[in-house]
Write a protein that binds this ligand. Sequence first.
Ligand code: DC
Length: 221
Amino acid sequence: MVSNRPKNIAIDGPAGAGKSTVAKLVAKKLKMIYVDTGAMYRAMALFMLDEGISPDDREAVEENAIRADICIKYENGVQCIYLNGENVNDRIRSGEVSMAASKTSAFKAVRERMVALQKELAAKNDVVMDGRDIGTCVLPHAYLKVYMTAPVSVRAKRRYDENMAKGIKSDPEEIEKEIRDRDHRDMTREESPLRKAWDAVVLDTGNMTAEEASDRIVSWM
Ligand code: DC
């Protein structure tokens, strides 16, 4: 019997492991839709910052999460994140939003809203979805699950190089510390912590280019 269920790929892993770059390449090669769930959590964090709500204030964040209307649209093949009608792609990548997203994404009400939206997208399309809880929580029946990782020094160097390419000066040691802090928070939180799903394949991208990593994943399909 041929199944009509979408063939989804779940990619999880810590910050800087190369998930989004590789997932985008995989989606292009397999003609699937790329869904960056981190961008959704970032948009929620941006909403709280814009509203003057502290990302540490669980009660206020949970109470106000309902006011953030977050949706994904695809414009010329590029994923655009809309927050209450505004395209916020250019506003969600700052260090401030990264740190705030790591905090607000730990709260139950935030996760419930985002996970429902992500499941809906994956039920309708063949998606390559990346995040922290995709294989363990959002898509437990994904066709393929990948846990992507790399040594923290490599991940920090990648973030540093990305910043340099954008003309942003940063301190390598500070970046490595930020990554360690975020890893710790993402892995130890109560709600859907970052974990390798039992049936996920581990892909260490430390010595790989994004092109090589994406080819490896395509070969598993
Ligand atoms: O992948 P990213 O750096 O853009 O993610 C931003 C934050 O959002 C990260 O600290 C953890 C959180 N996140 C999450 O909790 N669950 C996901 N599925 C994706 C991201």
